[in-house]
Write a protein that binds this ligand. Structure first.
Ligand code: URA
Length: 205
């Protein structure tokens, strides 16, 4: 009889999409990263936290927010009485962008074209998890969610808004709360993150 080949290549739509995040070549960041880091958490979480991109430790571990910024995020979640197991944590960009600085790998902010290339993966996460509330941790996350590079965090801080049928709460990136030079600003940034997480919980319930 006749065999009809069912290969993924034949079945692929005209515009070829990467079949998995690990094989993603939508931008060049995969070249210098150890691995892609997908989001992690509850599959039907009401709240999705969106960071920027994996850091050095996340790149090695293959999990989001497990390094110093993750520790601070965990503390903020504790303070906001938000259980990390009930939320979904991800990043706007899934590969670590960095430049060598001595023996260290120094984080580089992703370009908007990289953010837009990776929006494809955030979209699949949004479809799967279907959260009611997004928490944008920093400017890159906001630019990914709104799909434009010409937005300023300050215009959205402390003012949750609706976008494409879900709430968006904007706050500082946890790494910012670690690195601002003076202690008072660090504490204020931390407090703002805690407030944003509390707001997200109210909006989700
Ligand atoms: N910073 C991020 O934005 N995401 C991580 O996963 C870790 C650090």
């Amino acid at each position: 009889g006749t065999t009809i080949p069912i290969s993924s290549e034949k079945a692929a739509p005209e515009r070829q999409q990467p079949s998995s995040l690990d094989e993603c070549r939508r931008c060049d960041l995969w070249q210098n990263a150890t691995q892609a880091v997908a989001g992690q958490g509850a599959r039907r979480a009401k709240i999705m936290l969106v960071g920027e991109q994996p850091g050095d430790q996340e790149d090695l571990a293959g999990k989001p927010f497990v390094g110093p910024a993750g520790d601070l995020l965990d503390k903020a979640m504790d303070e906001a009485a938000l259980d990390r197991r009930t939320v979904y944590v991800t990043n706007a960009v899934k590969h670590f962008k960095w430049e060598p600085r001595g023996k260290r790998r120094l984080h580089k902010t992703p370009a908007q074209k990289e953010v837009m290339a990776c929006r494809y993966w955030l979209e699949t996460e949004l479809e799967t998890v279907a959260p009611d509330v997004l928490v944008a941790l920093g400017s890159t996350a906001l630019k990914s969610i709104l799909q434009t590079g010409s937005v300023t965090m300050k215009d959205y801080m402390g003012a949750p808004f609706e976008h494409e049928g879900r709430w968006v709460v904007v706050t500082y990136h946890p790494a910012y709360a670690l690195r601002v030079p003076d202690r008072e600003s660090r504490q204020a940034a931390f407090a703002a993150i805690v407030e944003a997480l509390k707001t997200a919980q109210q909006l989700a319930s």
